[in-house]
Design a protein around this ligand. Structure first.
Ligand code: ADP
Ligand code: MG
Length: 245
């Protein structure tokens, strides 16, 4: 096993709002980490610091041996290596499905059009949307658009994927297909950090679950430990609310 991500004493302030409080986390290569926790606890901010969409206030974020928290870190390289999928897919509505996937590799990696198209075809097959290659984005359902967003992120060949509540804006019948793609990715060995409240997914796919509360990791463990034997009262309370038991 090798270490993919090592976060040390990470802090993030928005003005006087201390959002991340000395977060420490080590993620191994090929590990799937699921983050749960109440709204406003800093989950999104944490993911966003991992690819420098937010600048950390202090601390270290070492990914593949490079501290990306340093002010002089090569942000473009960070973004190439770390793919991110958001709740709202942020696709280009004026482009086709394939064009959305081909854009970044062509512009940032100088991939020629033929190779980019072949790669888009391959990725669309992986996410089960082969037949949508030339379709306009608007003709796709939310679940299909989210799978295109995953394919787009994968087109840069990232070695770490971050997912921020990828299914929470979807109609319930769309959720399964997206989780299925994420599960496949995990089985292929992708290192993944996933914010989600899909407990079934967490139980089946996660190696480790982290409970975020008030900018800190209050508890972490295997899915069984976290869901069946939660220790911290705040985690117990949270699970009672989320699982409606
Ligand atoms: N860009 C921002 N500017 C100011 N405050 C922010 C910003 N992004 C997040 N916050 C604040 O940080 C806290 C954590 O937010 P967030 O990371 O989105 O939590 P979560 O994803 O767990 O719901 C909240 O108090 C939120 O208002
Ligand atoms: Mg969030």
């Amino acid at each position: 096993m090798s270490i993919k991500v090592q976060v040390t004493n990470l802090n993030k302030n928005f003005g006087t709002n201390h959002v991340l409080k000395n977060v420490n986390l080590t993620v191994q290569s090929n590990e799937v980490v699921v983050i749960i926790g109440p709204s406003g606890s800093g989950k999104s901010t944490f993911l966003r610091t991992l690819n420098r969409l937010e600048d950390p206030t202090s601390g270290n974020i070492v990914i593949d041996g490079t501290d990306i928290a340093q002010p002089n870190a090569n942000i473009n390289q960070v973004r190439e290596n770390v793919g991110m999928v958001f709740q709202h897919f942020n696709l280009f509505n004026n482009l086709s499905v394939a064009q959305n996937i081909m854009l970044a590799p062509q512009e940032l990696k100088n991939l020629d059009e033929q190779k980019a198209a072949a790669q888009a075809h391959h990725l669309l097959k992986m996410v089960g949307l082969e037949e949508k290659f030339a379709a306009p984005i608007q003709s796709l359902s939310g679940g299909q658009q989210q799978r295109v967003a995953i394919a787009r992120a994968l087109a840069m060949n990232p070695d770490l994927m971050l997912f921020d509540e990828p299914t929470s804006a979807l109609d319930p019948e769309m959720v399964g297909d997206v989780l299925q793609v994420m599960k496949k990715l995990a089985q292929q060995g992708m290192t993944m950090i996933v914010v989600t409240h899909e407990m079934g997914f967490a139980k089946e796919v996660a190696d480790r679950v982290l409970f975020f509360d008030d900018g800190q990791i209050l508890e972490e463990g295997t899915p069984t430990a976290i869901f069946d034997h939660p220790q911290n009262p705040r985690l117990q309370e949270f699970l009672n609310k989320v699982l409606n038991v």
